[in-house]
Design a protein around this ligand. Structure first.
Ligand code: F6P
Length: 325
């Protein structure tokens, strides 16, 4: 048996730990692991880019951020021709299960493959956004959360020195998980996420009330892609409409890099081992997300997980305001 393994979409700390777990478990089980380079780009393009992996290919990568298989976002997978080409290349290489580590976009790519490929499909949720169905946590979320938190702690130091209002923009694509987590852990005064309606007048009011009550510093964590705008746009609005002076810090891709936390390494290792055993037990007749729920690793059918999506409990966002009072 041969399995293809790839990392796709935004890289996330812990992807390498997952690749290592998959490769080593495959080898222990007499399965040949084949690395597919740059996600779907490695199979959907005219010339496939794959390489057989052995135990030394994954030595000393457990602690590294990024991904040794590289990643990519592939327009071809959005076309039936691209998906047929990907399936053809997998068949030619004798691969019976495609195991992808990626986020929501990768999951949709696998769902689209269902009608084009008769082999197995497994997603290991890996993204800093924590926006995948079929799991409580994605590989990379914990590290990104701690990176964002570290930045917020540092911003708090300088904000306190000047009694300033800071808007800190974090990633998450369309999911506020990273923002809410960083806001609670960082003791932010406000959090703005795409899942809840943003009332800028109410935000301005609370900031002014806070200043009147003697609170010099406020940290507002802004999730990217909120309907109210980016942190920079919200800052401009606060200045123009209410003369509230702020500073903006966009954390950006710093959140994607760095050494994975212990939690992400452990999660990646557990999911990787489980996924390969699943591929073997089902003899490749599988289309599932391997995720973690209530600290137990298990599976959710791909199509079901895709409908589920990632969610943020809005009451967690409310907690931020409550604790800031
Ligand atoms: O999905 C991970 C992520 O980092 C999102 O949080 C962000 O919106 C997006 O990828 C950025 O993508 P890129 O690196 O292609 O600009």
């Amino acid at each position: 048996m041969r399995i293809g393994i790839m990392t796709s979409g935004g890289d996330a700390p812990g992807m390498n730990a997952a690749v290592r777990a998959v490769v080593r478990t495959a080898l222990h089980n007499g399965i040949e692991p084949v690395g597919i380079m740059r996600g779907f780009l490695g199979i959907a393009g005219a010339a496939p880019d794959m390489r057989v992996l052995d135990t030394s290919s994954v030595s000393n990568i457990l602690q590294l951020g990024g991904t040794i298989l590289k990643s990519g976002r592939c327009a071809e997978t959005h076309t039936p021709e691209g998906r047929d080409r990907a399936a053809g290349h997998l068949r030619e290489a004798g691969i019976s299960v495609l195991l992808a580590i990626g986020g929501n976009g990768t999951m949709m790519g696998l769902v689209d493959m269902l009608d084009h490929w008769d082999g197995g499909l497994i997603l290991l949720p890996g993204t800093i956004d924590n926006d995948c169905g079929g799991t409580d946590y994605t590989i990379g979320y914990d590290t990104a959360l701690n990176t964002a938190l570290d930045s917020i702690d540092r911003i708090r130091d300088t904000a306190e020195a000047f009694d300033r209002v800071f808007l800190v923009e974090v990633m998450g694509r369309h999911c506020g998980a990273l923002a809410v987590g960083a806001a609670i852990a960082g003791g932010a005064e406000e959090v703005i996420v795409p899942e809840t309606a943003t009332d800028l007048e109410a935000l301005a009011d609370r900031l002014i009330q806070g200043q009147r009550a003697g609170r010099g510093t406020s940290i507002v964590v802004v999730s990217e892609n909120d309907e109210a705008g980016s942190a920079t746009e919200i800052a401009a609005w606060l200045s123009e409409r209410h003369s509230i002076e702020t500073r903006v810090c966009v954390l950006g891709h710093t959140q994607r890099g760095g050494r994975p936390t212990a939690n992400d390494r452990i999660l990646a290792s557990r999911l990787g081992v489980y996924a390969v055993r699943l591929a073997k037990e089902t003899q490749g007749r599988v289309a599932a997300v391997v995720g973690i729920r209530n600290d137990r690793v298990g599976t959710t059918p791909l199509a079901e997980a895709a409908k589920e999506g990632g969610r943020v409990d809005p009451s967690l966002a409310e907690l931020v305001n409550e604790l800031a009072r």
